[in-house]
Design a protein around this ligand. Sequence first.
Ligand code: ATP
Ligand code: MG
Length: 425
Amino acid sequence: MSETPRAVRGMNDILPEVSGTWRYLESVVQEIVASYGYREIRLPLLERTELFRRSIGEVTDIVEKEMYTFEDRNGESLTLRPEATAGMVRAGMTHGLFHNQKQKLWTTGPMFRYEKPQQGRYRQFYQFDVEAMGFDGPDVDAEIIIMSARMWRCLGISKLRLEINSLGTPESRQRYRDALVKYFSGVKNKLDEDSIRRLEQNPLRILDSKNPDMQAIVASAPVMLDYLDQDSVDHFSGLKALLDVAEVQYTVNPRLVRGLDYYSRTVFEWVTDALGSQGAVCSGGRYDGLVEKLGGRATPAVGWAMGIERLVALYAVCGGTAPVAKADVYIAALGSGTLERAFALAEELRDSVTGIRVEVNLGGGSFKSQLKRADKSGAEVALILGERELADGLIGVKPLRSADEQESIAFEELAAMLAEKLSQR
Ligand code: ATP
Ligand code: MG
């Protein structure tokens, strides 16, 4: 006997009961970023593995253990994108988008990481991603953060706090790195396996450790802000001043390093305590060196990515309810010739009444069962078409959400009557 098909672990179906909320949240977010002048770019789900190795960095959770990598039929190694920035930069280079141009872009879609699935952490998850290229900031850093703060406000999301930090330039980070190696080497016997390996290759990643046993050691480590170069200090002050003017509250978290290699200067994260241990909802920062590292002309860049599953969950926790899509009218048809007339009438209404949602009863059934379905559709009114109505050129209009009497109305007057009714919604 063949087995019932199962979904891949950590990969979810977004069912109709929740997809309306997804669509609503995505549309609000898209409208907000468009209002700041960001334009959509759509990117492939697959890129060459090499792109992620070079951009995200070899010594990162993603590249070490989370990528879905396989050989294409021609032997080339491909990877399902674990994040969007690398593909965005690759696309910009492919199409010369960064030559003497500035770009403000957004994209959205599924990302793939082989993680341990749990609440708020999946193997296929969705991100909404914003990137600005060609601006060295801190004005643009402030803009993308202020833009995210506006999203929370518009959606009534309050349980978030903003943490910011600066990682400085590669030079100041090198000095910091040396200090970290010195510190962690002194407490080497207390480090976990991952951290010992990272000590040689990428000591900053130790600060990003998710291991609770490491937290005390991490808490006493030297902090980046003490090693910042003056330009980065000024850059960071500029960002803070603009956030202050916009009245966006933040805390400086000197241990915030973010999981990817390519960040420089500004890093930030919107964090919540309302979703259990998966607290990062929107994270980002500046990555001035990435385009050059991938072989392009030096291009400053900054961006953030928001996890849509976590946004949906937080929206619910904050009491948000998205508008529910319901039918406006439901046409019940019973008797010879009535279905044909119902179909024609439905198309006429769709043509002439802007935005109307019309459902025609499918699959027959008694009047009683058709009216039950009409009620379930959420429609305001049922339109009732029997053989007698058909012969008289009339249709019954039965209000489903009020005690008003059913009335009969001529086919020709129906569209105008419904347009009037819907305009009062
Ligand atoms: P975390 O610390 O939770 O692992 P991260 O630092 O790996 O997050 P980023 O790579 O910065 O996350 O991705 C940006 C956002 O995408 C996160 O803030 C989070 O909201 C979301 N996200 C990341 N990984 C997952 C996942 N596996 N499932 C669901 N959402 C995720
Ligand atoms: Mg992660």
